[in-house]
Design a protein around this ligand. Structure first.
Ligand code: ZN
Ligand code: ZN
Length: 310
């Protein structure tokens, strides 16, 4: 199994001289199986380049394309209308995304249609010749084309699914956008100094237990994978002002990898404000962090254009 990176920038594309090394395209990855088939993760602007690559391949056979979407924020879907295989009616395209538990009016399929509205894009969905098959997933296990897939709801302002893919004795977990669960009611620690009444203390305690359980479930779902492709958008300092934005800090990402005992962690969804030089510095910090902890976990700072062997 290999992982090829077509886009690893978070939030918004960042073309320009300060993003040459890590790349400016937003989330798009290709998991390449040993038999040559591949599964695409997300359709950010990187999928446009992947689409060009797929249609330029020598074989003229119709393509059977499978894309797993983490969620529908722009940086994960913006390249999809520009994905060249959409325009060949011979191709089959299956796309999977999170089932919206909260709002059926904003289902994955309906939201994906929005970007083909004439106010956003010149080609209406009805003019797209390929038949797109939509599948909406909840938490659970399934098998698609012989690949074992575990989907898990992550913590993001909208419903977002993390995916574990297992095939040929290898495994990868893609968190997509996620943040460790936090207690919005505050901690029970130090509550006596805050003059908190008994009811509130109980509420905090219950919330803490649920949050702890939820964070543990993420660790267990990730446990032991060969490659954890993990949201690590912010430094510890940047995260302080971005709590609740739905992203993970580098130390929290590393801690998830360590707790789950993964072989390699790939830090990704890079903050658009961070230049190549800054990302190099963050990578060095991450390597030192893991070394200091004395754990045997390989760390990669994910770069567009790279292929990682699992
Ligand atoms: Zn994102
Ligand atoms: Zn997002």
């Amino acid at each position: 199994m290999k992982l090829r990176v077509w886009g690893c920038r978070g939030s918004i594309p960042t073309p320009g001289p300060t993003s040459v090394k890590y790349g400016g395209n937003t989330s798009c990855y290709e998991v390449i199986l040993d038999d040559g088939r591949s599964i695409i993760l997300d359709g950010g602007t990187g999928i446009r380049v992947l689409g060009e690559h797929l249609v330029s391949e020598a074989d003229e056979h119709p393509k059977d394309i499978l894309i797993l979407f983490n969620h529908t924020h722009w940086d994960h879907i913006a390249g999809f209308p520009f994905f060249a295989p959409l325009y060949n009616p011979q191709n089959r395209i299956r796309i999977y995304g999170p089932f919206n538990l909260v709002n059926s009016e904003a289902s994955f399929e309906k939201t994906m249609h929005v970007q083909f509205h004439e106010q956003f894009f010149p080609q209406k969905l009805t003019h797209i010749p390929t038949n797109i098959e939509y599948y909406e997933m909840k938490e659970g296990h399934t098998e698609i084309d012989g690949v074992k897939i575990t989907s898990w709801f992550m913590n993001h302002p909208v419903q977002a699914l993390g995916y574990k893919l297992e095939h040929g004795g290898k495994s990868i977990f893609y968190t997509g956008d996620t943040e460790p669960y936090q207690n919005p009611w505050g901690s029970t620690q130090g509550a006596d100094e805050e003059d908190v009444d008994e009811d509130e203390l109980e509420m905090r305690l219950n919330a803490e237990l649920i949050i702890k359980e939820r964070n543990n479930q993420v660790v267990e779902t990730v446990r032991g994978v060969d490659f954890l492709l993990c949201d690590a958008q912010y430094t510890e300092e940047e995260y302080k002002t971005k709590i609740g934005w739905g992203h993970t800090s580098v130390p929290d990402a590393l801690e998830l990898g360590i707790k789950a005992g993964v072989k390699t962690i790939g830090l990704t969804h890079h903050e658009p404000l961070n230049s190549d030089d800054k990302l190099d510095g963050i990578y060095k910090w991450a390597l030192d962090y893991v070394k200091e902890k004395g754990v045997d976990m390989h760390v990669e700072m994910v770069r567009e254009g790279m292929t990682y062997e699992l």
